[in-house]
Design a binder for this molecule. Structure first.
Ligand SMILES: Cc1cc2nc3c(=O)[nH]c(=O)nc-3n(C[C@H](O)[C@H](O)[C@H](O)COP(=O)(O)OP(=O)(O)OC[C@H]3O[C@@H](n4cnc5c(N)ncnc54)[C@H](O)[C@@H]3O)c2cc1C
Ligand code: FES
Length: 270
């Protein structure tokens, strides 16, 4: 893990309250694997004091910088949106584990809700053999990647063209029908009868619905949790998730160390 002060190279709006920020940081950029995340902190501020976790969206082709796509929801992200090109952020990473190994299936289906699409662009590029990450060479492992992406309304849909431009088959759903199919992302997934594996990221109720659907459909499924985190490095236990153990009991796992992706069957949802 590296801790660095990184310069902002780009900062552009992608959708309503949604921005892509590019940070110059070769040591972290070259080491990141899809599924991992970084902690970002605004330097010189005591409020908010704590850093916040963000998936990386992609790494530049020369691996000198990486992108984060974020939605403005509270204190830190509101201030982050005011940062200008040339300013710096404190960043540490790579953190957490890459997505769980899915082998080499014919197709893989990513399922995102809210801002949960962010870890899937680099993942799709890795699976399709378009780019290598973490010093690994590019190698095609999957013929087709689909993205089922649920948003509340059209103005919040961010990055759809990025996915389409690399050949991902994108299915958008919205709560109000203003973009794509009206309804929940899990309904769209179910109606298309998609084979596994499924890889989900988004708000917990959506991930729970996905886990139930995967169990019913007998499909291999992992979910990446967006649990709030204080340290990101395993020191504070603010990020624990309840995980089933082989003896039918359960244990707490730190999402920042053992996750953020877990086998959906392993999680004790209630
Ligand atoms: C591994 C991981 C990867 C993430 N990747 C991204 C990403 O790529 N892009 C992105 O925009 N966000 C991502 N998040 C979520 C992001 O960390 C939060 O949105 C961010 O911490 C909000 O900070 P804030 O100070 O703006 O909001 P705060 O002021 O801290 O919170 C505002 C409100 O939102 C609630 N809240 C905060 N975090 C969460 C959460 N994770 N889930 C539900 N409610 C929450 C708080 O309880 C509060 O009510 C990720 C989270 C994790 C754990
Ligand atoms: S965020 Fe501190 S232990 Fe996970």
């Amino acid at each position: 893990m590296f801790q660095r002060t990184a310069k902002i190279l780009e900062h552009v709006p992608l959708a309503e309250r949604t921005f892509r920020i590019r940070l110059a940081c070769p040591e972290i950029a070259v080491a990141l694997r899809p599924g991992q995340f970084v902690m970002l902190r605004l330097p010189g501020r005591s409020d908010p004091l704590l850093a916040r976790p963000f998936a990386f969206y992609d790494v530049t082709s020369d691996a000198t910088a990486f992108d984060v796509v974020y939605l403005v929801i509270g204190k830190m992200t509101t201030l982050l949106a005011e940062e200008r090109i040339g300013n710096t952020l404190e960043v540490w990473g790579p953190l957490g584990q890459p997505f769980l190994d899915i082998g080499e299936p014919e197709q893989a289906t990513c399922v995102a809700g809210g801002i949960g699409q962010t870890p899937f662009l680099a993942y799709a590029k890795e699976l399709l053999g378009l780019q290598g990450y973490g010093n690994l060479p590019a190698r095609k492992r999957v013929s087709q990647v689909s993205l089922y992406y649920g948003v509340r309304t059209a103005s919040l849909a961010a990055g759809v063209a990025d996915f389409q431009s690399i050949g991902v088959d994108v299915h958008v759903t919205s709560d109000d029908g203003s973009i794509g199919t009206k309804g929940y992302v899990t309904q769209s997934l179910e109606s298309h009868n998609r084979m596994g594996p499924w890889i989900g990221c988004g708000p917990e109720p959506m991930l729970h619905a996905l886990a139930k659907l995967a169990a019913k459909s007998d499909v291999q499924c992992q979910v990446s949790l967006e649990t709030p985190m204080a340290c990101g490095i395993g020191a504070c236990f603010s990020c624990v998730a309840k995980v089933r153990t082989p003896d039918n009991g359960w244990d707490y796992k730190r999402v920042c160390l053992d996750g953020p992706a877990f086998d959906a069957k392993q999680l004790a949802w209630d």
